[in-house]
Ligand binder design. Structure first.
Ligand SMILES: [Fe+2]
Ligand SMILES: [Fe+2]
Length: 434
């Protein structure tokens, strides 16, 4: 582990290292990952199908008129599918993390060999993410197959709609243009990133790469190249990771409390509930790592250049645009437009769970997305809480632009009126397209 060796003056004054070392030690002493592995190995959907996996408000379509009239078995299915949908996004984000943890660890290690402990810590977190991803994928596969049928396993939670692609292109172009301008200013970077044939090939829709269509490949490569090349930006990546940690915690804490309530009452606890509980505990170590690396570590690095500050701000701006730009009427913890999930809702309503005709499904989707109901209000409350936590964090980063320090993109998306207006637009485009 790190000692106060005389190999580098930087390590001697880096007060973050002992804190990270302590956090790493606590993580190594825990056995939450092993508990998750065991639950993963033994998971069987039918043995867990008759109970809620979290509070009923953590259900797809909660608060909508359709939820009001759903039967108990449909409500249970909506609760289980909410878990699946949420952890599909978590698994995608953690798949992306495997890449980013590795490249940023390499970058920090290259800057100072005394940061070896950091490399080990991040390798351990990466190992844990692999176990988490495996468990989420297993449960998602078995649950989706049981509830929606084999056909739904082909792109089970697809967000690909014509509407989304159009909208995604807009924000993608916005940030990609900035990325291209900056790239062209760099010595030896004559090729536009948009034309680059180098790209990250993993097809995920997580927090870090967003709902990227083909046009966003240049952006993935751009941020990846920067996070791996500059120690200040490698540390800044953990500010973005902390945002993802808070988004996860904002929802998972609720399942953790649900687990404790069931445990206290001696009630049966479904395996996915227990997995969420242990994942919440595992992720507490990761959140601490992100906080120290994202908030404090850069203070012990050489001062960033204007370029580095620009990229750091673009990264936070992208995280807001891609993950936190709207509110939803169909899920309490989703902060993206519902236009993105129309195709998924069509699959769900026509599946054996609801068994609707395509015409019925379309009518219900309109009722749930295009008119005000309780679901939007529940989401807005959760949105406010997350916004204030993110702002508390961002206020501590002195290099941030006001749009990032005040989380203005997220704040401007927090409107039910705007959400319904966007849903109507998306719904109309969808109706014309089918
Ligand atoms: Fe995880
Ligand atoms: Fe994690």
């Amino acid at each position: 582990m790190i000692t106060s060796s005389n190999t580098s003056p930087i390590s001697q004054i880096n007060k973050v290292i002992p804190l990270l070392e302590k956090n790493y030690g606590n993580n190594l002493d825990s056995d939450y990952t092993e508990k998750i592995q065991e639950l993963d190995r033994n998971f069987n959907y039918s043995a867990n199908s008759n109970v809620y996996w979290s509070e009923p408000e953590h259900s797809i379509l909660y608060g909508t008129p359709l939820y009001e009239q759903a039967s108990l078995s449909q409500k249970l299915a909506l609760n289980h599918l909410h878990w699946v949908l949420f952890y599909k996004r978590v698994a995608d984000s953690e798949t992306e993390l495997i890449h980013y943890n590795t490249i940023t660890a390499d970058c920090l290690m290259a800057a100072n060999s005394d940061y070896k402990m950091l490399v080990e810590l991040l390798a351990h977190e990466t190992y844990q993410e692999r176990q988490h991803i495996h468990a989420f994928s297993q449960i998602n596969y078995k649950t989706t197959k049981a509830l929606l049928g084999k056909k739904a396993l082909v792109n089970p939670v697809s967000h690909e709609t014509t509407v989304r692609e159009q909208k995604s292109d807009k924000s993608a172009n916005y940030i990609s243009t900035a990325a291209n301008l900056i790239a062209m200013m760099l010595p030896g970077k004559k090729q536009s990133y948009a034309d680059s044939d180098k790209y990250l090939s993993f097809p995920t829709n997580g927090f870090f790469n967003g709902f990227s269509g083909k046009s966003d490949i240049s952006r993935k490569q751009f941020f990846s190249d920067n996070w791996r090349s500059y120690p200040f930006l490698a540390a800044n990546f953990y500010a973005v990771r902390y945002m993802a940690n808070l988004l996860l915690k904002n929802h998972e804490f609720g399942i953790h409390c649900y687990f404790k309530k069931m445990h206290k009452n001696n009630e049966f606890i479904a395996s996915p509930t227990a997995i969420s509980h242990y994942h919440f505990l595992d992720e507490a170590f990761h959140t601490t790592t992100s906080l120290f690396l994202g908030r404090d570590f850069h203070k012990y690095l050489p001062k960033p250049s204007r370029y580095e500050k620009w990229i750091a701000n673009l990264a936070i701006l992208q995280a807001q645009h891609e993950n936190l730009n709207a509110i939803s009427g169909i899920s309490t913890n989703r902060f993206l437009s519902d236009g993105d999930v129309i195709i998924y809702l069509m699959k769900l309503l026509q599946s054996p769970v609801f068994d609707m005709s395509s015409q019925e499904a379309i009518q219900w989707i309109e009722k749930c997305l295009c008119y005000e109901h309780e679901g939007f209000h529940v989401n807005l409350k959760v949105h406010h809480k997350l916004l204030s936590e993110l702002r508390k964090f961002a206020e501590q980063l002195d290099y941030l632009w006001p749009v990032n320090r005040e989380m203005r993109v997220m704040a401007s998306g927090g409107s039910i009126k705007k959400a319904i207006k966007n849903n109507i637009k998306a719904f109309n485009q969808f109706s014309i397209a089918i």
